[in-house]
Design a protein around this ligand. Structure first.
Ligand SMILES: C[S@@+](CC[C@H](N)C(=O)[O-])C[C@H]1O[C@@H](n2cnc3c(N)ncnc32)[C@H](O)[C@@H]1O
Length: 294
């Protein structure tokens, strides 16, 4: 195969609006092209995000009632978990993606939920009115996570919770995406610069806890959440990567057809398949929470 310069196949970075060497690698997400189809996000990550969200909200053990915020709510996974488990008075989800917000409005059938278009770095709330602020799988996509964390602290009431979680993209973490980048990099070493484990150093227990402590939260605690991510067969694993939602699918969309086919076959051979064709993977997320000083 023709060698490519570090930083990825020619043209792909530009097509993705991606810059290398940025602090968070959040270039393409800011422009939002990969967060443009809620229907495609759900089978890719939404179905697993919902499992983590449910456990995360239950473990927060927040007092019932109150007004919650879900930052980077996307298609509504965390908002729905809050509605299901926390008995909130209301939840306001914010996200820059119009399409994801539209999906959330269609699917979160609860009068207590509202969705607004906004950026995590500029939350559209004056004063400290929230009883709890949560955010799932978002902060690594925000250009300035420290600013987003400061915003979450600003809008939460004194003494109340801010809680966040992110995938662990490394070995033993979000295995479906880890397997993708391992195969992609084996075929094209330049893809390593796009690997989420490389681009997102925030996605570790220590870094996430440090972010919240650095934002001034007290009693910061971190924990692991591990969920099964079972795939019925290889098509159930592969097809959602074709939907363009998130860094790995965006990379895939920019590949020539023959390269995409080689990557598919490499993954088909590499993934551990049971006799009945099922693929039993797992995903680990790191969660962190803290309280604003009373
Ligand atoms: C992986 S999805 C997570 C969505 C949802 N929270 C979940 O758990 O399924 C990442 C989300 O971050 C949102 N996002 C990207 N950049 C953002 C920013 N600067 N501020 C707020 N949200 C952002 C995207 O629009 C997308 O909905």
């Amino acid at each position: 195969m023709r060698r490519r310069p570090p930083g990825g196949p020619p043209g792909i970075m530009a097509r993705m609006g991606m810059r290398t060497g940025t602090r968070t690698g959040a270039g393409p997400e800011r422009q939002g092209p990969m967060w443009a189809a809620g229907e495609a996000y759900e089978p890719y990550v939404g179905r697993w995000s919902r499992l983590v969200a449910a456990r995360f909200v239950r473990r927060l053990d927040a007092a019932p009632g109150g007004s919650w915020r879900d930052v980077g709510c996307g298609t509504g996974a965390v908002t729905q978990a809050v509605l299901d488990a926390a008995e909130p008075a209301d939840v306001i989800g914010v996200d820059p993606s119009q399409d994801y917000l539209a999906y959330a409005r269609r699917h979160v059938a609860d009068r207590r939920a509202r969705f607004l278009r906004a950026d995590a770095e500029h939350l559209p709330f004056t004063g400290s009115s929230a009883s709890a602020v949560v955010s799932g799988l978002v902060l690594n996509f925000v250009p300035d996570p420290a600013r987003a964390a400061a915003e979450m602290v600003r809008v939460v009431r004194p003494g109340r919770l801010v809680g966040v979680y992110l995938w662990d993209y490394g070995e033993g973490g979000m295995e479906a995406i880890r397997a993708f980048w391992d195969a992609a990099t084996a075929l094209d070493p330049g893809a390593r610069a796009l690997d989420e484990a490389v681009r997102f150093p925030l996605c570790t227990r220590a870094a996430l806890g440090g972010l919240l402590a650095g934002a001034g939260l007290r009693d910061v605690r971190t924990e692991e959440t591990r969920v099964p991510t079972p795939f019925r067969d290889f098509a159930d694993y592969w097809t959602p990567f074709l939907g363009g939602q998130g860094p790995a699918p965006a990379y895939l969309a920019g590949l020539p057809e023959d390269h995409r086919a080689r990557l598919r076959e490499r993954l088909r051979a590499a993934l551990p398949r049971a006799a009945d064709g099922t693929i039993a993977l797992h995903a680990r997320a790191w969660a962190a929470r803290g309280r604003r000083a009373a």
